[in-house]
Write a protein that binds this ligand. Structure first.
Ligand code: FES
Length: 653
């Protein structure tokens, strides 16, 4: 035909369209990913495009400056009121006049890619469950006595080609007032995920809703709750924040919370209320920080371990404390903020809880699998999410195995005599001179080592307050390297070690890292009890990993990925000196940051990823550490530093 040729970049899609066809229409017909909320009315600006001029030999097109229609009134009005970047046009207003090459900038793509920061990570492809639709609804009149909802549905069909939606009563009651407040112009939010039959009406605003659309990706841990407020149109995290899990007062670790529920009638309900209130508070804080209205937060995705999963959902966790560790459900759970009684969020906000892998391997491990994709790895990867409970995955393209291991809170600085959370003032890195046995260290909040000039000034503001998880790991490993500790983990006396820093403490010894008592600060020591706590934690971690390796029938993994908010700060060398992780070349140990949180973000931004994680979980082999006798054996052997029986040849180098 003689119709002009329209070529879209970066997709390369092309087609011929009659003169006068709006670019948005051409894009929609070709399946080009060009956004629109207002349906081509020139008010939402989601459809912005950049026409290119010149010669495009690759496409066989020469584009003249008049290939698009002149600015019309609607576009002019938009530009004068709101402004448009240079070279940009509104795709719904600009019409095809001749051969043209049209670039769709990333902001105008619904399915844009959000590049993640961590090097190993996959990009997040946007395909959120919630989308906005602007509508002009017919006014009611005496001759046509239809309901508001029916007229709204008619507008959805006519203006957006959406033939049917589902509704809940609560959303219907909202429509009446909003339709009238917006003079029959309204923006509705429809939610449709991988398992919905129909899009569901979940929110409405008078006129064009311009305050955005947000979701929360929540990593609900035993110790902390972390939330990432995510813009569902761009995929960017606009604010992240954390809060202590208030259930700590019912028990530090998961099993003590399960016992609390067993011993105290109503104890599970109490813990459920506490964690929901904390989530509510966190949601409000994070929204306030980012200047986002609570009414714009329409979806929450949760990842958590099985006990937290049950306590969040209000299901008695007692079954998880005893064999056969049956979950109420291992499948994903979909519900609403109203059903979870999250009072600060819109009642119809949608909630998706990732599936669990098994009674001890939760949705957090599933999220790590979604983020790190061990099932797509060519080499054999061991992924360790270090927390109060360690989630461990081992796999490659052929098979993925998973387990969890109760490491306890020592790696997070808890149950350590001078332990504290990772915060300014905490010792985070330690080196000990093997000859003099003298330590030097670094404190969170300063780049300087303690023997650098200016260190005292650099830490004056915070002081030196304690030692955090990564600090204690380095301290114990360095003590072993310097010969202050023997292989069994025993701290030597001042005479044995040859250092006045080895102080007697009861019948054991403690190594003094820093004495701030002259400045009114604490004396920071590593005690024999601290060493034992770290030995227990690292043995549990290693035994879990080793059990998966047995199951797979291998002696060595190809690479190790340390994940978890805290895992990112662990030094691979020190982890290996301790025997926390199996022996691999040091350059094969990488950090994935908070992989569970990333998995939650991926599921929040992309509905296909939800189907993917549900399928993945079904294919993962679960290994139950609690009933496996070899776990005990590995655990005992791993108590030595690095290990009583296993060689660590890479360490020798
Ligand atoms: Fe809304 Fe073009 S589609 S401004």
């Amino acid at each position: 035909s003689n119709d002009p040729l329209v070529v879209f970049t970066p997709s390369g899609k092309r087609g011929r369209f009659p003169v006068g066809t709006p670019i948005l229409t051409a894009a929609q017909q070709l399946g080009v990913d060009l956004d629109s909320v207002c349906g081509g009315r020139g008010i939402c600006s989601k459809c912005q495009i950049t026409p290119s001029f010149g010669e495009f030999s690759k496409h066989g097109v020469t584009v003249h400056a008049d290939a698009l229609s002149e600015w019309n009134v609607v576009e002019e009005r938009y530009k004068s009121k709101r402004g448009l970047k240079a070279g940009r046009r509104l795709g719904c207003q600009a019409k095809v006049m001749g051969d043209v090459v049209i670039d769709v900038p990333p902001e105008s793509q619904v399915h844009r890619q959000v590049v993640r920061k961590a090097a190993s990570a996959r990009a997040i492809q946007m395909d959120p469950a919630v989308r906005l639709y602007y509508l002009e609804v017919d006014e009611p009149d005496m001759h046509e006595p239809t309901g508001d909802l029916e007229r709204l549905k008619r507008a959805l069909k006519a203006q957006w080609d959406i033939p049917e939606i589902s509704t809940e009563f609560s959303s219907i009651s909202l429509l009446q007032q909003k339709l009238r407040a917006g003079h029959w112009k309204i923006t509705v939010a429809l939610h449709k995920d991988h398992s919905s039959a129909l899009p569901k009406l979940i929110a409405a605003w008078p006129g064009l809703h311009e305050a955005g659309l947000y979701g929360l990706a929540i990593d609900l841990g035993s110790t902390t709750i972390a939330a990432h407020l995510t813009d569902l149109e761009t995929g960017l995290v606009v604010a992240s924040s954390g809060i202590m899990n208030p259930q700590i007062r019912f028990g530090e670790d998961l099993m003590s919370r399960v016992s609390y529920a067993m011993m105290n009638p109503g104890g599970d309900a109490e813990m459920t209320r506490a964690v929901r209130d904390a989530i509510d508070t966190l949601a409000q804080e994070i929204a306030a920080e980012a200047g986002v209205e609570m009414t714009s937060i329409l979806e929450l995705v949760f990842v958590c371990n099985p006990v937290m999963h049950h306590l969040l959902l209000g299901i008695d966790p007692v079954e998880l404390g005893q064999a056969p560790f049956a979950l109420a459900t291992s499948g994903s759970v979909r519900l609403t903020a109203r059903e979870l009684d999250l009072r600060s969020l819109p009642a119809a906000a949608q909630i998706y809880v990732l599936p669990c892998i098994a009674g001890h391997v939760g949705a957090d491990a599933a999220a790590v699998a979604l983020s790190e994709e061990p099932g797509k790895s060519d080499d054999l990867a061991l992924i360790v999410d270090v927390g109060t409970n360690a989630e461990i995955l081992l796999g490659d393209k052929t098979r993925v195995l998973a387990c969890s291991s109760p490491t306890g809170p020592a790696f997070e600085g808890a149950q350590i005599s001078s332990g504290q959370r990772a915060a300014p003032g905490a010792i985070e890195a330690v080196r000990i001179d093997p000859a003099t046995k003298e330590p030097r260290f670094r404190v969170i909040g300063s780049e300087r080592w303690s023997d650098d000039p200016g260190f005292a000034d650099a830490v004056a503001a915070t002081g030196i307050t304690g030692i955090c998880g990564s600090g204690i790991i380095e301290a114990v490993a360095e003590m072993r390297i310097a010969g202050i500790l023997d292989q069994s983990g025993l701290i030597g006396s001042a005479e044995q070690v040859g250092s006045p820093r080895c102080l007697p403490e009861g019948r054991t010894h403690a190594y003094m890292l820093h004495d701030a008592s002259a400045e009114g600060g604490p004396i920071i020591t590593v005690t024999q009890g601290d060493i034992r706590a770290i030995q227990l934690a690292k043995s549990a971690l290693y035994a879990g990993a080793r059990l998966l390796m047995d199951e797979r029938g291998i002696e060595k993994v190809d690479r190790v990925v340390l994940a978890g908010a805290f895992g990112a700060h662990i030094s691979p060398l020190h982890a290996m000196v301790l025997g926390m992780i199996p022996d691999v070349p040091l350059d094969k140990v990488t950090s994935a940051g908070n992989a569970a949180g990333t998995g939650a973000r991926i599921a929040l931004c992309n509905v296909a990823a939800r189907a993917e994680v549900e399928r993945m979980v079904g294919e993962i082999t679960k290994v139950e550490t609690a009933i496996e006798p070899r776990f005990q054996e590995h655990f005992v052997n791993a108590s030595a530093i690095p290990n009583a029986v296993e060689p660590f040849p890479e360490l020798a180098q």
